[in-house]
Write a protein that binds this ligand. Structure first.
Ligand SMILES: CC(C)(COP(=O)(O)OP(=O)(O)OC[C@H]1O[C@@H](n2cnc3c(N)ncnc32)[C@H](O)[C@@H]1OP(=O)(O)O)[C@@H](O)C(=O)NCCC(=O)NCCS
Length: 183
């Protein structure tokens, strides 16, 4: 599916464009934003490569990568990034990733953004299961995923190699029927 657009009260999702590199650098180049992510802060060239790859992947058929810009409606500024990656080893399943620029944290945007991503996954892509993996120390992510009904399922041991050290991940997931509030 391309292009993806979805909006909520204060945010909307749209496809990434190569002109988004500097806005994304404010997130992926930030030590605060990447503290609990699987990679070290990225430089401009690295962010540009990721954006170019995401833009190219967006028009591949069948599409498996949905790297989307999270935009604040009032300012039209890119303030975050959200990703759904369809899992080739699981029918109608995807992993989710998300991050916001640090200066907008704590306003409820995290929950709003993750709800939008789930809505793309379940309403547009007709997925059955969406999951995310967080660092055990990432309390903000734990609360954000719990707030949208993503249940903590367990720990993947030594899942991520960061700065030369293995790190566990805690998995949160939600099924379509829970998202649509079916019994
Ligand atoms: C995770 C993230 C998106 C949350 O965004 P946010 O806009 O601050 O979140 P919200 O304002 O919607 O708050 C969501 C919940 O998290 C809690 N929270 C937010 N920041 C927190 C913090 N630093 N410590 C503990 N709890 C926190 C809020 O209190 C709220 O909980 P509640 O529903 O129980 O009140 C943001 O911190 C971020 O981008 N972090 C860096 C990237 C990242 O870690 N991504 C997740 C990868 S798994």
């Amino acid at each position: 599916m391309h292009p993806v657009t979805r909006s909520s009260a204060r945010l909307y999702l749209r496809e990434l464009a190569i002109t988004d590199v500097d806005s994304l650098l404010a997130i992926y180049g930030s030590p605060a934003s990447t503290e609990h992510l699987s990679f070290e802060p990225r430089n401009r060239d690295q962010v540009e490569q990721v954006v170019a790859w995401s833009v190219a992947e967006a028009t591949v058929t069948p599409r498996t990568e949905y790297a989307l810009a999270v935009v604040e409606s009032e300012t039209a500024e890119l303030i975050g990034s959200g990703r759904l990656a369809l899992d080739s080893h699981q029918q109608r399943g995807a992993t989710m990733g998300f991050a916001l620029r640090p200066d907008v944290w704590g306003r409820g945007y995290g929950v709003e953004m993750v709800r939008l991503l789930l809505s793309v996954g379940f309403n547009d892509l007709k997925l059955h299961r969406i999951w995310g993996a967080r660092s055990p120390l990432n309390e903000a992510s734990a609360k954000t995923m719990s707030a949208v009904g993503m249940v903590e399922e367990g720990t993947i041991r030594e899942h991520v190699l960061k700065a030369g050290e293995w790190r566990d991940s805690v998995v949160h997931a939600i099924l379509d029927r829970k998202f649509f509030r079916c019994p």
